[in-house]
Design a binder for this molecule. Sequence first.
Ligand SMILES: Cc1cc2nc3c(=O)[nH]c(=O)nc-3n(C[C@H](O)[C@H](O)[C@H](O)COP(=O)(O)OP(=O)(O)OC[C@H]3O[C@@H](n4cnc5c(N)ncnc54)[C@H](O)[C@@H]3O)c2cc1C
Length: 546
Amino acid sequence: MEEGRDQNVRLGRLAATGAAVECEVLVIGGGSTGVGVARDAAMRGFSTILVERGDLATGTTGRFHGLLHSGGRYAVKDPQAARECIAENMVLRRIAADCIEDTGGLFVTTPIDDPDYADRFIAGCQETGIPVEEIPVAEALRREPRLNPRISRALVVPDATVDAWKTVWTCARSAMEHGAKILPYHEVIDVIRDGDQVTGVIARDQDGTDVQIRAQVTVNASGAWAGRIAAMADCKVQISPGKGIMIATNHRLVQTVVNRCVLPADGDILVPIRTVSVIGTTDITVEDPDDWAITRAEINQMLEAGENLVPGFTSSRALRVWGGVRPLFQDHAPAESRDVTRSHAVLDHRARDGVGGILTITGGKFCTFRLMAQDAVDAACQVLGVTRPCRTAEEPLPDSQERHFYQLGSRLAERERTLLDEQLICECELVRRGRLEDEAARRPKPSLDDLRRAVRLGMGPCQGGFCMYRATGILHQTKHLSGAEADRALLAFLEERWKGYYPLLHGDQLRQAWLDNWIFQGVLDVQHLPLAGQPRQQETAPGPAT
Ligand SMILES: Cc1cc2nc3c(=O)[nH]c(=O)nc-3n(C[C@H](O)[C@H](O)[C@H](O)COP(=O)(O)OP(=O)(O)OC[C@H]3O[C@@H](n4cnc5c(N)ncnc54)[C@H](O)[C@@H]3O)c2cc1C
C-alpha cells in the first residue's frame, strides 16, 4: 500500500466547548516515539490522546537518515544500543514490512580506515547477536560497482531503509482504530499541576484556542524538546540536542546501505532512499533545537565523505541538504555528542523530581521506537496500578499484514497495472484500450467490424484511419488474432469501409481518404501484407491506387 497518510485518517480537533477533555493517557509529541506510545496505550485499552505542535513527523523523525539499523554501527562502542537495534530490526520487519525496503547493509574498510577495526566489528556483532558475514572485496564490488575500488574489507549485515512518514502515519491510523485521538497542531503551552501531581496540559490549537486536556498519566515524548516540557512541570530533563545534516544526490548511487567500517564518525553512511542516495551525517551539540544553522564547512565535509565511499560522488547533482536534532539523553552526559548512548530511558518524575503523573521517554533511535513505547506504557501501567500486556511486537501495522517489503518498482508496477487500460485507441469516439480488450475477450474470434459496432471504433470523422491499425495490433498482441488473421481482419475492414467511402470522394472527404491511404499504404504497405498460406497481396487492397 502506498503512503499511509490518506487512508481514512480523520485527524482530531477538539470541540470548543471550553470544558476539559479527559483521558487516561496523554502523549506529548507526534514523532515516532509519541505515535508508538499512543498506539501501544490504545491497544492496551487506555483512552488515549496525542498532541503535536505541528504535523505528525515534522520533528526529528521527519528529518533523519532513513536507516533501519542492524545495530552494527554500535556493535563495538555501544553494545546495549546495538542489541536493541537488532532486536527491533527483526520486530519491525515483521510488523511494519510495508515501510521497509530490504536493501541489506555493507560495512566497508576504505583506504583511510584501520583494516583491523573489521575484526573488532565482527567480534562486537557476534557478541550482540547481529548476523555478520565477511565477503570478498570482488563480490562487494560486483554488488555495488560504484563503491571505492580500493576498499580492503567488506562485511554484510541486515541493515535496511525505513520510511518515517509511512511508519508514523500507519501507527497513527492503528492508534485511531483502537480509539485514540490524534491531535496535530496542538502545542502544549503549560502543564496543569494539582499539588505534586500533573493532571494534564493546556494545548493551543492552530486558531489560537486553548484547550485543557486532563489525564491520569502524561507521557512526555517530545524528543529534543523534552527538557522544555519537563520544565513546565518543574521537572528536570537534561537533553543534549545533537544536530546532524544529510545531503541527497539525484541518483541512487548504491542499492545497499553502505557504512564505513569505523567507530561512529561523520559522513560515514550512504543510504539509498527510493530514487536518491543520502550521505550523512554530523553530530554537533546545539543549544536550542529550534535554532541552528547548516554551515558550508559541514556541507563540504559531507561531500568529501561521499567521495571516499563512492568516487565521483561530488560530480553527481546534490539535490538538497537538511538537518535534524537528536534527542540525546544520558544522566551525567559525556562532553562529546558521539559518546552519548543511543539507548533510551524512561524517566519517572515522581522518583526523580517528586512530581507524579508524568513520565518522560527519551533518547533512543527511530528504529527502536516500538520498544521505547512499550517501556513507556509499561511504566504508565505501573503509575495507573494495572497490568496489561503489550501486543505491538506481534500485531502488524495497517498495510503490513501481508508482510511484503516495499520495492522500489512498486509504484510503477501499481501504475502500469491499469495504465494501458486508459490509453485512447480511438480519439474520435474516445474508445479506451481496456474497453476494446474487454469487448474482444467476449468473442471467440473478434472481427474489427464487430468491434466497430460494439464500441463505435472507427465510427467517427476519421472512419478508422487513426484507430484501426492500433486496434489490430492490440488484438494480435493480446493473442485474439494470429499475425495472418490480424492482417486479414485489417484488410477486410478496409475493404468494407472503402465501399461507403468511394462514392463520396470529393472535397475534404477526398483529402481524408488520401491521408488514410498514406497511413495504410505508405506506412503499413497493406497491399503487401504477408497473409499465411497465400502469395503476397497484389493489387487487391482497398483504397485509392497509390
Ligand atoms: C541527523 C540524524 C540522523 C538520524 N538517523 C537515524 C537513522 O538513520 N536511523 C534511526 O533509527 N535513527 C536515526 N536518528 C535518530 C532518530 O531520528 C530519532 O531518535 C527519532 O526520530 C526521535 O523521535 P522522537 O519521536 O523521539 O522525536 P521527534 O520526532 O522530534 O518528535 C518529538 C515531537 O514533539 C513535538 N513537540 C515539541 N514540543 C512540543 C509541544 N510543546 N507541544 C506539542 N508537541 C511538541 C515536536 O514538534 C516533535 O514532532 C537520526 C537523528 C538525526 C538527528
